[in-house]
Write a protein that binds this ligand. Structure first.
Ligand SMILES: [Zn+2]
Length: 85
């Protein structure tokens, strides 16, 4: 095999491994949690949106999901990814 091919394969392998570790870290979150049932969504930008009047609530902690009502209708949970990766 050409040395360049081996090098490329190594680089690709490292990138894939790094992506996997990054995904695992993102999924598990930073550090141990006191309440594992509470989903920390601060980095994910979760909003509760009222489709009737357009009111939006920013959600920073997502416990057992109880969708609040607004204008007599259940609010919609909207997730928006922030620009940071
Ligand atoms: Zn409303």
């Amino acid at each position: 095999m050409e040395p360049l091919v081996v090098l490329t394969a190594l680089v690709v392998g490292v990138v894939i491994a790094w992506l996997g570790i990054t995904a695992l870290r993102a999924a598990s979150g930073p550090g141990p949690r006191e309440k594992p049932d509470v989903e920390d969504v601060e980095g994910l930008e979760v909003f509760l949106v009222c489709r009737e009047c357009g009111t939006e609530f920013r959600v920073t902690r997502l416990g057992e999901l109880q969708i609040p009502r607004h204008c007599g209708e259940p609010m919609e949970v909207v997730r928006r990814h922030t620009g940071e990766s």
